[in-house]
Design a protein around this ligand. Sequence first.
Ligand code: ADE
Length: 246
Amino acid sequence: MTTSSRIDPAAKPLRIHVVSIFPDYFAVLDVSLLGKARAAGIVDVRVHDLRGWTDDVHRTVDDAPYGGGPGMVMKPEPWSRAIEAVTRDAPNARLVIPTPSGRRFTQADARQWAADRSPLVFAPARYEGIDARVAEWARSRMAVDELSIGDYVLAGGDTAVVVMIEAVARLLPGFMGNADSPTEESFEAGLLEAPAYTRPAVWRGLEVPPVLLSGDHAAVARWRHEQARRRTAEQRPDLLGPDMPD
Ligand code: ADE
């Protein structure tokens, strides 16, 4: 299939809402390929200031935790108002709450979001997180994912949102020049990617593996598969389940 036949010019952009107390943080989404994808109508990212849904003069979004302890917790009401407002005409929206306490975000999530194209609403927290009732309340209205991008703690969920948006957007038709590349990379086949080389064939005394210069496509494919398996076994043995094909 050619690149152009996979891109439906009538396809609507994937709608993404981000509600944050640091809307300026998301200026990064205007750069690079993601910025181009927004300009080309492949993704439609709308960033909102959570404080717009507060109703006191100080525009308060946090409060002390019940039960005591350090830090502050994000109040539920501004979040519920924000989520209601951005999903008003999107009954099929999916709410994504980044949190180190969530399930691990993977390529499979990005793939699913890119395929079903439901509007995504990201709710990145600061402080000690969002009052837990927000996720509970939202679950009775829409799909909700509480997701972690890795086993470390960031200062807030905003960076995790940028990571997840980039992961999903690059899978949308038209995002990349080569529409075939998403299927040939790390995680798509359950393996890490084989190493890549470019010219010159000898650089500082180091040679490119000769098979890559052979012109034998079947041999190159076999070599890449073998390298992918070896790399995965060395770096990420957890990915090689017992029923993994050779
Ligand atoms: N917020 C803080 N740390 C996080 C993480 N690792 N993943 C997602 N959201 C977070």
